[in-house]
Design a protein around this ligand. Structure first.
Ligand SMILES: O=C(O)COP(=O)(O)O
Ligand SMILES: [Mg+2]
Length: 223
């Protein structure tokens, strides 16, 4: 029986030859998948929505690490970015910034958390976040300043209800610590070979391939 999927984006659907850019090899398998495909990402909501629309699949999205959950025309926004914005102000008062160039397209459309470039001093960011009761998650692509109780795994619980499925029916593929909560609630989990230690330790399996090649391995095995 082909399972419903939960797929991370960065590091999981992306090309291995650069930091971003979806590997086109995943487009057709995702489009043709006979069961629901949920895109679960740390990215702001518009990005996974656009990915689903460009792929021509239903928008089943967990964005902002669970801060936003959308499926079946139901939208859940968990928390708001005010607390994260206060952390950013305190961080700037210490003389730092978020590290993004130009109009900050990473945070422009965020509603529930804030992301900083990995080039900023992580220890200082973590210190300021902790003073506000927030955590910093390193996805390998950005630092996310967020409420620790809001996770992709919590988002899967909500998504499963919206889709009338059990969380343990899903198979998940991911690459970093922000996928650990997903791996803890789904039935079977795969970390791609480029995954960080947190994801590799939490996953049931580790693929041979990196990035989208690892995900293609899983899709080929499950079809
Ligand atoms: O936005 C990030 O930092 C990483 O995004 P991801 O959860 O799709 O890997
Ligand atoms: Mg990722």
């Amino acid at each position: 029986m082909t399972p419903p999927l939960v797929l991370d984006i960065d590091g999981t659907l992306t090309r291995a030859d650069g930091e971003h850019g979806i590997d086109p090899r995943v487009f057709e398998p995702i489009r043709a998948w006979p069961e629901p495909v949920v895109i679960a990402t740390g990215k702001a909501f518009p990005f996974p929505v656009a990915l689903c629309q460009f792929l021509g699949v239903e928008e089943r999205v967990i964005a902002e690490n669970g801060g936003i959950v959308y499926a079946e025309e139901e939208l859940a926004v968990n928390g708001d970015r005010d607390a994260a914005d206060a952390v950013v102000r305190a961080f700037r008062e210490r003389g730092y910034d978020l590290g993004w160039d130009g109009p900050d397209l990473v945070n422009r459309w965020r509603e529930t958390e804030i992301a900083a470039r990995l080039t900023v001093p992580g220890a200082a960011l973590r210190e300021v976040a902790a003073e506000a009761g927030l955590e910093v998650v390193d996805t390998g692509y950005a630092f996310h300043v967020k409420d620790a109780s809001i996770t992709k795994g919590e988002g899967i619980e909500t998504m499963a209800q919206l889709l009338d499925r059990r969380p343990d029916e899903f198979v998940a593929v991911g690459d970093s610590e922000n996928d650990v909560s997903t791996f803890e609630v789904v039935g079977e989990s795969y970390a791609v070979a480029n995954a960080d230690d947190a994801a590799r330790d939490a996953a049931d399996h580790v693929t041979d391939g990196v990035h989208a090649a690892g995900t293609m391995e899983v899709l080929d095995r499950l079809r």
